[in-house]
Design a protein around this ligand. Structure first.
Ligand code: ZN
Length: 321
């Protein structure tokens, strides 16, 4: 049995407690502090938390490790409302209500759509096209509601179109901050893929912020360039098709594959020898949204900065090197 080390960046406050091999995936057991007080969604009564745990673990899809899916696994905790007996589940800081994947998995899906389409991304990640659709919907709603911090220093941006429904020709334009390759972030989203859409995205930046942008990448044709020339007076165009997708993938590789160099080569080689993609895409067992007389509460941390934690993984390489 071989031993490798993986660095896992965790959302703030989340602790890694164990690792399990999960078929051709990786299961990371996590926990996080629960709030002392809890308000019941059903009767609105607020009380000191009275915490109980559900028997079956919850499995939540996270980013891939070595091209294999990884999952956060935890014992769902709930507050039992003393007023109405409702089971009020606590929402972990790494995912939104009623979904079985992390925020950063959602962001990965959105980025994967640059230069691709829903069906292809669904196939590649072994999730349904409906799930991709829902993720996109939630991510776009978040991005539209989001304000860009006027103090943020932005020197390098990318403007891309996303094709959402191939047949219905539904497009959105997204503006990405490319300033720090390790912290790429979607800044703004607008419907359509014309000059007005690009302009709408760029106008989320203050005039001063736009003055400071030195380079923009806009690969998808003249309308985006026109908007950038107008609104980014000091920026030069950089042409590199699919640059954003590439940069995102580099950043994810950097974050997720800090294992020992020697072993990584072997891991990649062994994977190339043939772990079929279909086998790798194991969907999380019984990871559907919680149903019945249950609700969720509390503590979602959006756009969380990663904190590092290392975990030793015995025998986690495909094919037991
Ligand atoms: Zn209640």
């Amino acid at each position: 049995m071989a031993t490798v080390t993986i660095d896992v960046d965790l959302p703030p406050g989340v602790t890694l407690t164990a690792y399990h091999r999960h078929g051709d995936g990786h299961g990371f057991e996590v926990s996080w502090p629960l709030p002392d007080r809890c308000r019941c969604d059903r009767c609105q009564r607020e009380e000191d938390s009275s915490i109980e745990y559900r028997d079956t673990p919850q499995v939540v899809r996270d980013l891939d490790v070595w091209g294999q899916p990884s999952f956060f696994v935890y014992q769902p905790a709930f507050h039992r409302c003393p007023g109405c007996n409702y089971r009020q589940f606590f929402i972990p800081p790494f995912r939104r209500k009623d979904v079985s994947y992390t925020y950063r998995f959602e962001q990965h899906v959105l980025r994967s759509l640059i230069g691709s389409n829903e069906e292809e991304v669904a196939r590649r990640l072994a999730i349904s096209a409906e799930t991709v659709g829902l993720i996109v919907k939630n991510q776009l709603a978040d991005a539209k509601a989001k304000q860009v911090d006027p103090g943020r220093v932005i020197s390098d941006v990318g403007i891309d179109e996303l094709s959402l429904k191939k047949r219905h020709k539904l497009y959105v334009t997204i503006l990405t901050d490319l300033t720090d390759p390790d912290r790429l972030e979607v800044l703004a989203v607008a419907d359509g893929r014309d000059e007005a859409a690009a302009q709408k995205c760029l106008e989320k930046l203050s005039a001063e912020q736009r003055q400071r942008v030195q380079a923009y990448r806009a690969d998808m044709g003249p309308p985006f360039h026109a908007a950038c020339r107008k609104l980014l007076p000091n920026a030069k165009a950089v042409v590199d098709r699919f640059h954003v997708a590439k940069k995102f993938n580099e950043a994810i590789d950097g974050q997720r594959k800090k294992n020992h160099a020697g072993l990584q080569e072997e891991a990649v080689e062994s994977r190339a020898e043939g772990v079929p993609v279909a086998d790798v895409g194991v969907p999380p067992p019984s990871a559907g949204p919680v149903g019945g007389r249950e609700g969720e509460v509390g503590g979602a941390v959006r756009h969380a900065a990663p904190a590092a934690a290392a975990v030793r993984v015995p025998g986690a390489l495909p094919g037991d090197l």
